[in-house]
Ligand binder design. Structure first.
Ligand SMILES: Nc1nc2c(ncn2[C@@H]2O[C@H](COP(=O)(O)OP(=O)(O)OP(=O)(O)O)[C@@H](O)[C@H]2O)c(=O)[nH]1
Ligand SMILES: [Mg+2]
Length: 397
């Protein structure tokens, strides 16, 4: 065989081999890309149709940078990236104790103020007025303030003067009673008989809904639960991106639509359907922020819930309230409750306010327990609300 022919054959073989590897890498790249989620949709709900083709479950591997352009991932010459290590979230137990310093800082005014006032040798009407004012300033609300002042007055009258420790113990008892330790503060996250638990998260703009879901996903992952997120905030593409990034950090997939302005009820439906098909423990649905006085948007929220309920009960509707907005949160809570039957409150940004009393006001007004508190922007700065720890933090210092 002439040497030229031999060389041509060798070169052709090398080129073919190279091309083969290229195709294999390309296919691998595709494999790690999220599979398009298809499903039959409910014919009774035509509004859900358009987003069906565009709703995808974004698999998390390597998705810490979910916006990375796809050409980059598929380039045959690019090294096959190994998925970044998933973060190991901190278990929820004892978190409030860890974050106590932040509560103490934010609630110093209330706790210290009350203790100082009640420890005085003589508590006259002026002092009682000051106590009342301190409680109102901490957003306890008029009802709870009156009740607390009345019972404190009664006890001081009957039991007489107490030293600082005695006053602290008395306050601890009364505040604990006011916050009601008997309320069920567990968040639905266990699989039902044949379907996942479904949690919807609602609230006005910017209160911390998406962040809370991200933080909750971490808590649930730490509890070894299979979680799936639904990005039913289709208002802005960035919203789905934000949620997906949170999930990806701990290996939790997100069902989202790539179409801007897609029907949120449709995405919520798809997310729950995916959760049922994939037999996960819990599906958490993020919704767009909306002002409680926007009737159209509140109707839309009601629809999201109804559409989900065509296939699974919504076990938990968490209303996220920003603690720094104080009494305004109460109006929000009232309207949201009417539309979607709120089952629990998440009070965020409690690290930045001296108005921890809002916990009491909200619970009393709505009869709905505060279940979680946000105490910072960090990934693990969300804690289950534990009455005793909260009261201790109020009275520390
Ligand atoms: N300090 C503090 N900041 C928080 C807390 N929770 C959320 N945030 C911040 O609040 C801002 C808004 O959070 P998001 O989760 O985007 O709020 P959202 O309710 O989803 O907003 P929309 O979807 O636009 O309505 C972010 O900067 C969060 O980091 C908290 O507990 N403490
Ligand atoms: Mg959001």
């Amino acid at each position: 065989m002439p040497i030229e022919l031999l060389l041509t054959i060798v070169i052709a073989a090398v080129v073919l081999l190279g091309a083969g590897i290229g195709v294999a890498v390309l296919l691998r790249g595709r494999k790690t890309k999220p599979g398009t989620y298809t499903s039959t949709r409910d014919e009774n709900d035509p509004a859900t149709a358009p987003a069906a083709e565009s709703t995808a479950t974004e698999a998390p591997p390597g998705a810490d940078a979910p916006s990375a352009p796809s050409e980059e991932r598929e380039h045959p010459d690019a090294p096959v990236e190994s998925a970044p290590a998933l973060e190991v979230p901190e278990p929820a137990l004892g978190r409030l104790a860890r974050l106590r310093a932040r509560l103490v800082k934010s609630n110093n005014a209330l706790g210290k103020g009350l203790l100082a006032l009640l420890s005085q040798d003589k508590i006259d009407d002026d002092v009682w007025d000051e106590i009342e004012e301190t409680l109102l300033l901490a957003d306890l609300g008029t009802d709870a303030t009156t009740e607390l002042v009345d019972s404190l007055r009664e006890r001081v009258k009957i039991e007489g003067h107490r030293d600082a420790e005695g006053v602290r113990a008395m306050l601890r008892e009364e505040l604990t009673r006011l916050i009601d330790p008997s309320m069920d503060r567990t968040v639905a996250s266990d699989r039902r008989a044949d379907r996942p638990a479904v949690v919807m998260v609602v609230g006005v703009n910017g209160v911390g809904k998406t962040t809370t879901i991200g933080k909750m996903a971490r808590v649930l992952v730490a509890e070894d639960k299979d979680v799936l997120l639904g990005a039913a905030d289709t208002f802005r593409a960035a919203a789905a991106e934000q949620l997906q990034t949170w999930g990806a950090r701990v290996g939790v997939p997100t069902v989202r639509s790539d179409v801007d302005g897609a029907d949120p009820a449709s995405v919520a439906y798809e997310a729950v359907k995916a959760g049922i098909d994939q037999e996960v423990d819990v599906v958490m649905v993020d919704t767009a922020g909306r002002l409680q006085n926007k009737v159209g948007l509140m109707d839309e929220l009601g629809k999201i819930k109804r559409v989900i309920e065509k296939q699974a009960e919504v076990d938990e509707v968490l209303l996220v309230l920003d603690a720094t907005t104080g009494q305004n949160g109460l109006n929000q809570a009232k309207v949201f409750s009417e539309v979607v039957n709120v089952s629990g409150i998440v009070l965020t940004k409690l690290d930045g306010t001296a108005k921890g009393g809002i916990v009491v006001a909200i619970q009393r007004q709505l009869g709905v327990p505060v279940k979680l508190v946000g105490l910072g922007e960090g990934a693990d700065d969300l804690a289950p609300f534990v009455v005793e720890d909260f009261v201790d933090a109020l009275l520390a210092g």
